[in-house]
Design a protein around this ligand. Structure first.
Ligand code: AMP
Length: 542
């Protein structure tokens, strides 16, 4: 017997229609590459999204056409989010921080037909366009009179000129909710990047889940600043969840430095900001240097890499900002877990609560997870036993784009490549990426634990722990440290700082000081580059 309820497909166009109808004057504020602050609202954004859809129709692009973006976070990027997917095309967000060769490889693999880019990236597009034969139209995200002159880019139009020719009357098509909506390639630290093709259904279910109180707790009363780029897993789904709840949105554009982010948070009375630890490090540095405070910010979502304890306590104890530590991946849309406490943990003392808050958290309903040993046997949830973390759920990848027939799943579960523990209350803690864990004398050392201690030292700006070959122990950890400007620290003082903070055998064998730690395209430490940089390094006494 079938249920007798209405069967509306879950489509991205319904989100923008809802935001327009119920939150018409809700603000969307963007710092632009032009240097100014631009203001619009949900009603205008919805209208212009329909113009985008009409422009794509005018170009006679069939359903499923890949329309790519190379853009910062801003209102035009949002219009493309809804106009492209809503009209049954696929929004492909490209990461501009990739090497031009890699970018061209991805454009060709995805067979992008249109590429829309911020004018900051004109030199990048000028360098790659001749290698991208599938692209029929290049759109510079600017006013008609600001089109880059003499760029040599063929079939180039300005976004505003492209839209101006179009009506804002458009009826969003209705289609199967399993239709592809957007495409994002993983950062691909080994081998070629892999495409993750989201559907309308997966995106809407993820948006509902992300807004829940024990997830990001979003409401119409929030002003949300996604510092996490819209080219990195759809800015963690925030554009969609924001449309669902009708909150104010604040976009940082290209300015991600501490001063610019602080000014935006204060100027726009941001209540929730989301980003990776490296961004918050710059922001906290700016606050500390200027003796500044926040007036309205009450939550930060920190994910993408482990949140160092020192960052969590500084946000909470010094600035009164609650840290929501979250974990996920491109293959998971990305939200998997968020660390919000149950009553039981709220009753703990400060130290007990901090210990829990540093974990990556509990699954958001919709995601299921387990840890397994090398043979695939499920391991206990005791908070101590660590194993490979596997996940499944309706917004988790089934197969990579154009790799059909080659399933990444193991018995229906997706192996995340992370190593984790899960405690009896379901709080998961990442101990490492499986390829970064240090195997010393049959025991595993978590590189994250070693890094966290170093990062708590006031002289340290960033620290990376990597394993080095050792004849007796297989591997021993070293810590690579970049100091804060003007700070001084000796090797011995760094090592002494570890005493009593982690087990003796987990203390690194050596400290290597560097100017800076290489960061990848999404702000994560690039341990592969670091290992290359340290080629020829030999542990003391070996
Ligand atoms: P990406 O697909 O580029 O977003 O990378 C996903 C990977 O980032 C995960 O598999 C984790 O290794 C790492 N990651 C994401 N969030 C966290 C977190 N809160 N703590 C530790 N690692 C994280």
């Amino acid at each position: 017997m079938l249920g007798q309820m209405q069967n509306h497909p879950l489509l991205i166009s319904a989100l923008i229609t809802h935001a327009e109808r119920h939150h018409a004057d809700g603000e969307i504020v963007s710092r632009r590459v032009e240097g100014d602050i631009h203001r619009t609202d949900w009603a205008t954004l919805a209208k212009r999204s329909r113009q985008v859809a009409n422009a794509l129709d005018a170009d006679q692009l069939p359903a499923g056409t890949r329309v790519a973006t190379v853009a910062w976070n801003g209102y035009r990027h949002m219009e493309l989010y809804f106009g492209v997917s809503g009209s049954q095309r696929v929004l492909h967000t490209l990461n501009p921080r990739l090497h031009p060769q890699q970018l061209a490889w991805i454009i060709n693999h995805a067979e992008d037909t249109v590429v829309c880019f911020d004018t900051t990236f004109t030199p990048l597009i000028a360098a790659v366009h001749s290698k991208c034969p599938t692209v029929k139209r290049w759109v510079a995200l600017c006013d008609a009179d600001k089109l880059p002159a003499d760029s040599g880019i063929p079939n180039l139009v300005s976004y505003e000129g492209w839209l101006a020719a179009q009506s804002s009357n458009y009826r969003w098509p209705q289609f199967d909710e399993n239709t592809a909506s957007s495409l994002c390639y993983t950062s691909g630290t080994t081998g070629n990047p892999k495409g993750v093709l989201y559907s309308h259904r997966s995106t809407l279910l993820h948006a509902y889940a992300a807004a829940l109180p024990d997830s990001l707790n979003l409401s119409a009363r929030d002003a949300v600043l996604p510092v996490v780029p819209m080219f990195h897993v759809n800015a963690w789904g925030l554009p969609y969840a924001a449309a669902a709840v009708g909150c104010k949105l604040v976009f940082p554009g290209p300015a991600m430095d501490g001063k610019s982010i602080y000014e935006l948070i204060e100027g726009e009375q941001v209540s929730l900001a989301a980003g990776v630890p490296t961004v918050w490090q710059m922001l906290l540095g700016h606050l500390q240097a200027g003796g500044l405070k926040f007036s309205k910010l009450n939550r930060t979502v920190i994910g993408g890499s482990a949140c160092p304890p020192a960052m969590l306590t500084t946000f909470q104890d010094v600035y009164g900002v609650e840290v929501l530590h979250a974990w996920g991946m491109t293959e998971m849309s990305p939200l998997g877990t968020a660390c919000t406490l149950k009553n039981k943990q709220l009753a703990l003392d400060d130290a007990g609560r901090l210990k829990v808050r540093l974990k990556q958290g509990r699954v958001v309903y919709g995601v299921d997870m387990k840890i397994v040993d090398g043979e695939g046997k499920e391991l206990p949830w005791d908070g101590r036993t660590y194993g490979d973390l596997l996940v499944r759920g309706p917004w988790i990848i089934d197969q990579y784009f154009r790799a059909e027939g080659d399933s990444p799943l193991v018995d229906g579960w997706f192996p995340t490549g992370d190593v984790a523990t899960i405690d009896a209350d379901g709080f998961m803690q990442i101990t490492d990426r499986s390829k970064d864990v240090i195997k010393s004398g049959g025991e595993w050392i978590s590189s994250i634990d070693v890094e966290n201690v170093a990062m708590a030292h006031p002289a340290v700006a960033m620290a990376a722990c990597i394993g080095m070959p050792h004849p007796k122990w297989d591997e021993r950890p070293i810590v690579v440290v970049a100091l804060k400007p003007g700070a001084e620290l000796s090797r011995d003082d760094m090592l002494a700082f570890y005493e009593g903070k982690i087990a003796k055998w987990q203390i690194p064998d050596d400290v290597v000081f560097v100017q800076s730690i290489p960061l990848g395209a999404t702000g994560k430490m690039m341990k592969v580059s670091l290992r290359e940089q340290l080629k020829g390094y030999v542990l003391p006494g070996v």
